[in-house]
Design a protein around this ligand. Structure first.
Ligand code: AMP
Length: 145
């Protein structure tokens, strides 16, 4: 059964290129639609929700920076239009699942680092996304160059 709508989740670092490349290949070979999503994690969430200061300005800067990076990224990939590239606030796992369900995606593509030691204990977004995903998940192995 071919995939119809592939969702690629990106962290907007230089490491997202191999993840997008794999998602594009799959979109072409399945004649599927390709959507991209990046989640901006609210700072209060990153700090455990217990920060005694106003983070709204910093948060706006964080969002604007992500928007700029996303716009630069989609310029590199002609098939990724603004209409199919999404930026949203929230917790990555929750928002990626929500988006995949809402848009009837049948495959989520994420990057995955081989983790060791402390990093393994802290867990990964790829692992997080896999649990309770509403569709198939492909973890593209990222190797450090
Ligand atoms: P990490 O667990 O941070 O190493 O991220 C692994 C992969 O999860 C990345 O390559 C992306 O595919 C995805 N990912 C991480 N953070 C985000 C984010 N904020 N928004 C969307 N996808 C993300």
């Amino acid at each position: 059964m071919p995939y119809h709508h592939i969702l690629v989740a990106v962290d907007l670092t230089e490491e997202c290129d191999p993840v997008i490349h794999r998602a594009r290949e799959l979109a072409v070979s399945n004649s599927a639609k390709l959507s991209l999503v990046h989640i901006v994690e609210p700072m209060a969430m990153a700090f455990g929700g217990d920060v005694p200061m106003d983070l709204s300005q910093l948060q706006q800067q964080q969002f604007d920076q992500a928007k700029e990076r996303l716009e630069r990224l989609i310029l590199k990939y002609p098939e990724l239009t603004k209409d199919c590239s999404h930026l949203t606030y929230g917790q990555p796992r929750q928002e990626i699942h929500h988006f995949a369900k809402e848009q009837a995606c049948d495959l989520i593509v994420v990057g995955s680092h081989g983790r060791h030691g402390l990093a393994l204990l802290l867990g990964s977004t790829a692992n997080d996304v896999l649990h309770g995903a509403p569709c198939d998940v492909l973890a593209v192995r990222l190797v450090k160059s």
